[in-house]
Design a protein around this ligand. Structure first.
Ligand code: MG
Length: 111
């Protein structure tokens, strides 16, 4: 993976060159592309096994990797627009809350 500063500088350049609204619209577009690929994966996973279906699943998995990268790049710019520290603080809170829930769940399963 490239240096974090390179990413950060590039996000700043994208926002400066193309503007916040354009990048927010791009984020919406990329999120919908990822949504579509995830829905397709679940649909094709239910099909009977065949070479054609396996090939299709392989292509969908490649698309999911690409669309996930697109979403993360766009979400990083949205994070910059609305405040990186504010977003990271909420992430810290939510990951800690989620961690407690999952740890309690695992502890109950192991009783
Ligand atoms: Mg895309």
């Amino acid at each position: 993976m490239l240096n974090k500063n390179f990413y950060d500088e590039t996000y700043t350049k994208f926002l400066s060159a193309w503007g916040d609204e354009s990048q927010m619209r791009m984020c919406i577009e990329e999120m919908s592309e990822l949504t579509k690929e995830l829905c397709k994966l679940m649909r094709y996973q239910k099909n009977p096994k065949s070479k054609e279906n396996d090939d299709k699943l392989e292509q969908i998995r490649k698309n999911i990797v690409e669309e996930t990268a697109d979403v993360l790049i766009c979400a990083s710019q949205v994070k910059k627009i609305f405040g990186e520290k504010a977003v990271e603080d909420v992430m810290d809170y939510k990951i800690q809350r989620g961690r407690k829930v999952v740890d309690d769940y695992i502890a109950k399963q192991n009783k």
